[in-house]
Design a protein around this ligand. Structure first.
Ligand code: ZN
Ligand code: ZN
Ligand code: FE
Length: 762
């Protein structure tokens, strides 16, 4: 021990608990020959380090540079401290400061070390489907309270054997304080239940499940955040049987493949996509189909893409190792219900669909669907942000009051604000049935508990009939701020980009409640978090039959034709009329003119639907956004054509004219121009139109920042081309990378907007 020892106190914030951070610090201190201690605190991790100054500096620099893979450090602060002459380095077991308020890790896919042990016949966990370590395994889905300790997880019912306990207690072991640590002697077990009530355990269960799958059977498989339904993806009859039993007609089914090599046999992977596929989050990645490919046509009919993921639990890895090129891995539910997580529920709900259940006895405490991403404009963007990412917060520009935002109706998520963090929940789903509503309520309770947040303010949509709005209204214990749907979309983009406005906001989606009694969805706003004005919108046209016009895009096509051509709309010599009953069309038009169940909409999503129907892509959709998606997928080669476009003053805002665009499409159809070329010209027209409109708004207001949001921006062609065009025109363009542009990201904007409006009002 020397007298010139110096000491520093280092505080690390972020996701630094439950991710092997203290053993990492322990090892690092030993490597540099330093002394001191490390402890978890409410704020993160607290380190006292002493020794020679140079190794201390190197130690502090290495904390961020070499942090464990699952850690997400938000700050490292150090200051001088008094040396106390300790010898050696130790991990303090102290949880004196209650351990609350720290960030909980998401669920993490099996790591390379565990995978190696899983496949090593000499390892004591050889073939054990619940192997994990401090770098991998379940987290968010097995916790029901904090601090994150085994008794607060569904591992509490398993007592560690001596060998596991020794690993857990040893700071040099890679399972030090790994809360779900287990082995075949002491941990959870798999079981296969087939229709005859026979039960197999362990290896035999997995072998039998694989044999059933190879034989074309449907197996319900208990995963990390819920049950999947799985079949051999190369067996078309099996896939079709699954679709029939699950009542899912056309929506693409996700695939799980054993390796990148296997994926390459049916889809294209570029380097960024490879990195996301193999990341610890293991989302479903949308990949372009190779043609020809060995996957059954029923997996993803009429679609250019496959949704693919790699195995993320040891059980997946063991099952996929049985020679499958890919398994269909779709959510374990009947269409539109939440996925099953409890074994009894799975037996009841999935038994009519599945021929067998491959289950286990580790409880899933919180449901969490697979995340879905797609690369657009060089950036991986969320279509659904859920397993693997939640509950990592979005870090905000400034501290916020505790707000609970209840989200929208479709693709619902909720969001809780705390200090400078926004916690967006996992995907809850479409709030259209009781089971999903119960999941919504359970998620709110669960998140409030594990994040230790008691909200002061509630936020919800303006739509009076959303279940999320009703929930918020019925909770009369808190003040409520209602946020307009498209304003919330734009504030979502602003929040994740640390913008405080004002900005020009382009909010394009299918549906959102407008305070003027019309259905909004093609909105150009000028906005701050606390306020907005409508600078422009699409010209409103009737939606004949209201919700029926969403399911049947041909109704919108008729409405746009009547709007654009008046009484001549049926005289147009286009193929569309060959497939439509003119009397039915006349009824729809009359509904619009007489204002009978035909609300006006300025939705851009509907315009995509209508154009898709006009060019004959489809007249009915099986799921929201299907027609618009197919319009994007059909898009043809480069072509300089642009349809006429423009806008006119409309009282409080500019009205973007529909008629010139529809007239352009109709003229092309009448000339026999093929659909892919019309789709190309339609997209080009929208880009030109929105860019020049933004230019006019900039001239008038001086605003040169543009925020993009809304489900229409899932269209990669429009979002890429519009963002590039705006950037070329000198705008700063902001998009969504941390949460989905669709309604899954709405709760973030709602929360931040409500906080701003609350501050203004109070
Ligand atoms: Zn591991
Ligand atoms: Zn054990
Ligand atoms: Fe929306």
């Amino acid at each position: 021990m020397t007298d010139d020892r110096t000491a520093r106190r280092v505080q690390v914030r972020g996701i630094v608990q439950g991710v092997g951070f203290r053993p990492f610090i322990f090892q690092l201190a030993e490597n540099y020959g330093l002394h001191g201690r490390v402890a978890n605190t409410a704020a993160g991790v607290d380190i006292h380090i002493e020794g020679d100054p140079a190794p201390i500096d190197a130690f502090i620099a290495a904390i961020e540079a070499q942090a464990p893979p699952l850690a997400q450090i938000t700050s490292v602060e150090s200051r001088a401290a008094d040396p106390d002459g300790v010898s050696g380095f130790r991990i303090s077991a102290s949880r004196s400061t209650s351990g609350r308020a720290t960030l909980i890790s998401p669920d993490v896919s099996i790591c390379a070390d565990c995978l190696r042990e899983l496949r090593d016949p000499q390892d004591r966990r050889f073939g054990y489907p619940f192997i994990n370590c401090t770098n991998c395994g379940p987290r968010y889905t097995i916790i029901d309270d904090i601090p994150y300790d085994r008794p607060k997880t569904s591992m509490r019912s398993f007592r560690m054997c001596a060998a596991c306990q020794a690993e857990y207690d040893n700071p040099r072991d890679r399972r030090f304080h790994a809360q779900p640590n287990a082995c075949g002697d002491c941990g959870p077990q798999v079981a296969l239940e087939d229709g005859n009530g026979a039960i197999l355990n362990g290896e035999a269960a997995i072998h039998r499940a694989a044999a059933l799958l190879a034989d074309g059977k449907i197996v319900a498989l208990k995963g990390l955040g819920g049950y999947h339904l799985t079949v051999d993806a190369s067996n078309n009859a099996a896939v079709e049987r699954l679709r029939r039993r699950k009542q899912r007609e056309e929506k693409p089914l996700a695939l799980m493949a054993p390796s990148l090599e296997a994926i390459r046999s049916f889809a294209w992977i570029d380097p960024e996509e490879r990195d996301v596929l193999t990341s610890p989050q293991r989302p479903i990645v949308l990949l372009r189909k190779r043609r020809p490919h060995p996957v059954a046509p029923a997996v993803s009919p009429r679609n250019a893409w496959f949704g693919v993921m790699l195995p993320y639990t040891p059980l997946h890895a063991l099952l996929l190792a049985h020679g499958f090129k890919a398994l269909v891995m779709t959510s374990g539910n009947l269409s539109e219900e939440p996925i099953a997580i409890a074994n009894t529920d799975a037996r009841a709900r999935l038994a009519p669909i599945a021929d067998a259940l491959l289950t286990h006895d580790r409880k899933i405490l919180l449901r969490c669907d697979d995340s879905i991403v797609r690369k657009t404009d060089g950036v991986t963007r969320f279509l659904r942000r859920s397993r693997g990412y939640v509950p990592v917060p979005v870090f905000l520009r400034r501290r916020q009051p505790p707000v609970l935002a209840c989200g929208g109706e479709l693709k619902n998520t909720v969001c809780l604000l705390k200090e400078d963090r926004a916690f967006v929940s996992q995907h809850i789903g479409d709030l259209e049935n009781l089971a999903t509503y119960e999941f919504f309520q359970a998620t709110i309770d669960h998140l409030q508990r594990i994040l230790d947040i008691t909200p002061d303010v509630l936020a919800c949509d303006l739509h009076p009939d959303y279940l999320s709005t009703r929930y918020a209204r019925e909770r009369d214990d808190l003040p409520l701020v209602q946020v307009q749907h498209h304003h919330a979309h734009i504030v979502s983009t602003m929040a994740e980009n640390h913008l405080e406005g004002p900005v020009i906001g382009l909010a394009f989606d299918g549906t959102g409640y407008g305070p003027d009694g019309t259905v909004w969805g093609g909105e150009i706003l000028t906005a701050t978090p606390g306020s907005f004005e409508r600078a422009a919108s699409l010209e409103p046209v009737p939606m004949p039959g209201s919700a029926a016009a969403i399911r049947e895009p041909w109704r919108m096509a008729v409405s746009y034709l009547a709007h654009s051509f008046g009484d001549r709309y049926q005289d147009l010599d286009i193929p569309f009329w060959g497939a439509i009953d003119p009397d039915q069309a006349a009824i729809l038009v009359a509904m619009g003119r007489q204002d009978l169940n035909a609300p006006l909409t300025s939705s851009l999503g509907r315009l995509f639907d209508g154009v898709a129907a006009l060019i004959g892509l489809r007249h009915r959709v099986a799921f929201e956004g299907q027609a618009a998606m197919e319009l994007e997928m059909t898009i043809g080669d480069d072509d300089p054509g642009v349809y006429d476009h423009g806008w006119r003053p409309g009282g409080d805002r500019r009205l973007i004219e529909i008629a010139p665009i529809i007239a352009g499409v109709v003229a092309d159809l009448a000339r026999g121009v093929p659909g892919p070329l019309i789709s190309r010209r339609f997209h080009t027209t929208l880009t030109a139109l929105f860019a020049s409109l933004c230019g006019e708004i900039r001239d008038q207001t001086g605003l040169d920042r543009v925020a993009l949001s809304g489900g229409v921006f899932q269209n990669a062609v429009l979002s890429t081309e519009l963002a590039r065009r705006l950037a070329r025109d000198g705008f700063q363009v902001y998009t969504q990378r941390l949460v989905p542009a669709n309604d899954g990201g709405l709760s973030l904007g709602q929360a931040v907007a409500a906080a701003a409006m609350w501050a203004d009002g109070g």
